[in-house]
Design a protein around this ligand. Structure first.
Ligand SMILES: NC(=O)c1ccc[n+]([C@@H]2O[C@H](COP(=O)([O-])OP(=O)(O)OC[C@H]3O[C@@H](n4cnc5c(N)ncnc54)[C@H](O)[C@@H]3O)[C@@H](O)[C@H]2O)c1
Length: 237
């Protein structure tokens, strides 16, 4: 197993994904905007860490310069701003698109040259790309762009033996979502999920682990929603 680079690895899904890929035998490079959290993930997994802002092409170029071969790239870093279309400022819109869309593009473009046949890219989309929700403005469209870019990556890198897929989480309890998915509000939301509960980071990490592995060697350009069935329909209103 080679090096796995995980962006947004300091907490939440990125940390759980790093743990799963480390358990599968990968050497982890934990990348985050916040150096302390990246360092603590790396320390936990005997890996390395880098501070990087995925929305800044120069920062991403420095990340790529610091690496040799990469076998797995997980474009997990992403943000959302709770504001509807009427309340979002141009700066809000720009920031979400810069991190969620351009960040995935910059990291893929910079790290793909370090990847060889058998390598895999996994991007984090959201079930919001498939089934929009109110109050998050540009976030669902940003994830729809991630899914389109995943297919584009599969097309452009397929001939080099590099696969690209996406995972679309539903409502997963992380540091970033706990204000919304914990307590009574979380229990109310969970009733809508066909499997009857909100998700845990490990639910996502295990599917990312599969897509990154040789078990998925003939799977590319796909999106798997890991949302307890929410994309099939709501179990309750
Ligand atoms: N948790 C959910 O319910 C859920 C649902 C659907 C999709 N997602 C997606 O999964 C991914 C991870 O979500 P999470 O809940 O773990 O989020 P989180 O907020 O808990 O963690 C995100 C991590 O990304 C880092 N980050 C943010 N901007 C960055 C940047 N510009 N450069 C580098 N690192 C940056 C943060 O510092 C943080 O460590 C995101 O792409 C998110 O959109 C999450």
């Amino acid at each position: 197993m080679g090096t796995a680079v995980v962006t947004g690895a300091g907490q939440g899904l990125g940390r759980a994904i790093s743990m799963r890929l480390a358990a599968d035998g990968h050497h982890i490079v934990a990348v985050d905007l916040i150096p302390d959290t990246a360092a603590s993930t790396a320390e936990m997994l005997n890996g390395e860490w880098r501070q990087c802002d995925v929305s800044d092409p120069e920062s991403v170029a420095a990340l790529a310069d610091s690496l040799d071969q990469v076998e797995v790239l997980v474009n997990n870093a992403g943000i959302w701003i709770f504001a509807g279309m009427d309340a979002m400022t141009p700066e809000d819109v720009r920031r979400v698109l810069e991190v969620n869309v351009m960040g995935v593009f910059y990291c893929t473009q910079a790290l793909a040259p370090l990847m060889g046949p058998g390598s895999a890219i996994v991007n984090l989309s959201s079930n919001a790309a498939y089934s929009n929700s109110p109050g998050v403005g540009i976030y669902p469209p940003s994830k729809a762009a991630v899914e389109s870019f995943t297919r584009q990556t599969a097309l452009e890198l397929g001939a080099r033996g590099i696969r690209a897929n996406a995972v679309g989480p539903g409502m997963i309890l992380t540091e970033g979502t706990q204000a919304n998915y914990e307590g009574e509000m979380g229990r109310r939301r969970a009733r809508a999920v066909p499997l009857g509960r909100n998700g845990y980071p490990e639910d996502i990490a295990d599917v990312v682990g599969f897509l990154a592995s040789d078990d998925a060697r003939y799977v590319t350009g796909q999106v798997i929603y890991v949302d307890g069935g929410l994309s099939a329909g709501r179990a309750a209103l």
